[in-house]
Design a protein around this ligand. Structure first.
Ligand SMILES: [Ca+2]
Ligand SMILES: [Ca+2]
Ligand SMILES: [Ca+2]
Ligand SMILES: [Zn+2]
Length: 355
């Protein structure tokens, strides 16, 4: 209970009421709720997202957890309404219960510093950046992601968040610049597991910058994971954990087939900005900003889609599944768009937690 109190103190009364009201429908225990919201890695991707549909890491938020996050976000947006952020509309009976809708930050108006941390297993053999190095494959396997791949990853992020991969072509508020790259030879850190003491030790040693800076770590993730990320609302309680972790072979030009165009990072950075999976909350109860992934222009989706096959998993609601959305689980070549609603959510989350 103390964890909830610390996070949701602005909403303590509301949270208790909410929890009490949902106990009868098997709401998570308070301890689990707190752990879920504070986990250094509340979202992780199944590496087998193409080959083994149905694998779940249990990292998606419950509807109750998502509701509590929304309440906290609303309070923070409301508190910042007078601090230079325009309050567009209030819908509701009173200011304290109203839904706050912010003007989206202007397109491409926020530049994110990216600190890239390359974890490697052993010292490089020769020049790891050289395409003609006979030991190139060994170096790649040991985590020596070439500088050119890191540069390409930044380019992919910039194109993805500027809507330059086609599809809906949504230009979000965000741009990225590589602020620094460091390399650490540590076989234990390289074989990274999610949520353990090793991750904490590694991030404690390497994380740079503030809540507005993006730290990306590349490593040989255990259990077949492609990547994981923290959410923005977790920063206050876990600043060291804040950031994105990706399998080292998922960068553009990497060796993990179908996941080597750099969209693992795109997807995880989406979480870092506060986006949920498009299948969050399954079909939900409606296609609105209060159901499912809390974005009204992403069609409801019951489960992750692991291939690029068109389907409609929530026939109650209009629209085919958003298989081309970066926040589904489809292969990199299949995912290429964010929606305007997702851009608005990222903008709101940025104002609430990272600005
Ligand atoms: Ca939706
Ligand atoms: Ca549908
Ligand atoms: Ca793509
Ligand atoms: Zn995810």
């Amino acid at each position: 209970m103390s964890v909830i109190t610390r996070v949701f103190s602005p909403f303590l009364g509301v949270s208790i009421v909410l929890f009490s009201a949902t106990v009868a429908t098997a709401a998570p225990a308070p301890e689990r709720l707190g752990a879920g919201l504070h986990s250094p890695a509340v979202c992780a991707e199944a590496g087998a997202r193409s080959a083994a549909p149905g694998i779940s890491d249990g990292s998606d938020l419950s509807t109750l957890q998502a509701t509590m996050v929304e309440q906290q976000t609303q309070t923070r947006l409301r508190a910042k309404a007078g601090a230079g952020t325009r309050l567009l509309t209030r819908i509701g009976a009173s200011a304290t219960k109203a839904t706050v809708v912010k003007a989206a930050l202007p397109a491409s108006s926020v530049t994110i510093n990216v600190y890239f941390h390359r974890l490697v297993k052993a010292a490089a053999v020769g020049d790891f950046n050289s395409a003609t190095n006979p030991s190139k494959a060994t170096n790649l396997a040991n985590g020596w992601v070439p500088d050119a791949q890191i540069a390409s990853q930044i380019t992919v992020l910039n194109k993805a968040f500027a809507g330059q991969f086609g599809g809906l072509a949504t230009v979000t508020p965000f741009k990225f610049v590589l602020a620094g790259t460091d390399t650490t030879v540590n076989a234990t850190w390289f074989a990274l597991s999610r949520g353990g003491a090793t991750e904490t030790a590694m991030k404690t040693a390497l994380r740079k910058g503030t809540k507005a800076d993006l730290n990306i770590y590349s490593a040989n993730l255990s259990k077949g994971l492609l990547g994981w990320s923290t959410f923005p609302w977790g920063y206050a309680a876990g600043p060291i954990a804040d950031g994105v972790v990706v399998l080292h072979t998922t960068l553009p030009g990497g060796t993990t087939a179908t996941y080597n165009l750099g969209d693992t990072a795109t997807h995880e950075v989406g979480h870092w900005f506060g986006l949920y999976h498009t299948f969050q909350g399954a079909c939900g109860t409606a296609v609105t900003t209060t159901s499912g992934d809390l974005v009204s222009d992403t069609p409801a989706e019951s489960t992750p889609q692991y291939t690029c096959s068109v389907r409609d998993s929530c026939t109650t609601f209009a629209g085919g599944d958003p298989i081309h959305n970066f926040m589904d689980y489809t292969p990199d070549s299949c995912m290429y768009e964010f929606t305007a609603g997702q851009s608005q959510r990222m903008s709101d989350q940025w104002v609430a937690y990272r600005a």
